[in-house]
Design a protein around this ligand. Structure first.
Ligand SMILES: Cc1cc2nc3c(=O)[nH]c(=O)nc-3n(C[C@H](O)[C@H](O)[C@H](O)COP(=O)(O)OP(=O)(O)OC[C@H]3O[C@@H](n4cnc5c(N)ncnc54)[C@H](O)[C@@H]3O)c2cc1C
Length: 285
């Protein structure tokens, strides 16, 4: 199918993109286009204008600022996968993006597009929750930073307001300017949809000493923390016995997604299995 007609605008800076959004209130930002264009072709979205932010240089790249990694919204999956900084300080992200789609999707899709789109089966949201990311958002009213725990507000719905742009993702890596970041262990385990490769269920875990942060995607209307798992393992060594005992009945099936691929009950089972796989991998077991 063809999209409906739309005007095409190209922004060269964040300020210009915000100004264009004010001039075209029902416009959509165009990042990698790998969710937006299919949605438009299916006529599920018909914006009057697209504002292309792919050439906004200030939205691109990964850098380290003190004990935080700063990732520009337009950084592609391929750039995340091959980033030396991420491989060194945050290997969860390169690992998770390897699971996304195919090489074409990874060449064009962006971290900002993925998080702003908030597909309930997208891979990166679970990793962002496990990593305790902060999301920087800019708009006509200025700049604000939203904790990832408050960013996803529903299915395909986030804390980004009208006229605003997700500009950066901040990942705390621990340590300080004078002390090295402590070694954290992290892993992502995914059960992919057999056709689309999206996550039927994907679990990301970050282990910091005896503390675990864990999150799941694909199970509910948006990615969410696995607090029962976090509490069950808090202060305990990551042994196979402790992991196995903790990864049972993590989410009640009642409110989980169900479709042709997986029932609620099967998804609940997959959450336990993927959580155990991710933790075993993070623990080196
Ligand atoms: C064949 C195929 C397979 C795929 N498989 C997977 C998979 O396995 N796992 C997975 O996670 N994803 C998968 N995807 C989706 C892919 O990851 C998308 O690229 C991603 O969801 C959206 O990123 P994008 O840069 O393409 O955003 P776009 O499609 O350009 O934009 C998506 C939405 O976000 C908005 N937006 C974009 N950037 C910003 C910003 N900076 N600030 C505010 N709003 C913004 C847009 O206006 C639009 O509404 C797949 C896609 C395809 C086509």
């Amino acid at each position: 199918m063809y999209t409906s007609e739309f005007a095409y605008k190209k922004a060269t800076s964040i300020a210009e993109a915000i100004s264009l959004l004010q001039q075209h209130p029902d416009a959509k930002l165009l990042a990698g286009g790998h969710s937006l264009i299919p949605t438009m072709k299916l006529r599920l979205a018909a914006p009057s204008a697209l504002i292309d932010i792919s050439k906004v240089a200030e939205l691109r790249g990964v850098r380290k600022e003190g004990n935080t990694l700063v990732i520009g919204a337009m950084t592609t999956y391929h750039e995340l996968e091959t980033s030396d900084l991420l491989r060194q300080y945050c290997p969860l992200i390169p690992q998770a993006v390897q699971h996304i789609g195919d090489p074409m999707v990874r060449a064009k899709g962006t971290i900002g597009g993925s998080l702003a789109h908030a597909d309930p089966a997208a891979d990166l949201p679970a990793s962002m929750l496990a990593l305790d990311a902060k999301i920087k958002i800019q708009g006509p009213g200025g700049t604000r930073v939203v904790d990832i725990d408050h960013f996803f507000t529903g299915m395909f719905s986030t804390a980004i307001g009208d006229g605003e742009i997700l500009t950066e993702v901040h990942i705390p890596i621990g340590g300080s300017a004078h002390a090295p970041a402590p070694a954290r262990r992290m892993a992502y385990a995914k059960f992919p949809h057999p056709a689309s490769r999206y996550a039927v269920v994907g679990v990301a875990v970050v282990v910091d000493g005896n503390n675990v942060r864990a999150a799941v995607t694909g199970a509910g209307e948006h990615a969410m923390r696995l607090t029962k798992l976090e509490q069950a393992l808090s202060g305990k060594p990551l042994t196979a016995e402790n992991i196995t005992a903790a990864c049972q009945g993590l989410l009640p099936p009642d409110n989980l997604n169900h479709d042709l691929v997986a029932s609620k009950e099967y998804r609940a089972h997959l959450v336990d299995v993927m959580a155990k796989r991710a933790l075993m991998q993070a623990a080196g077991l």
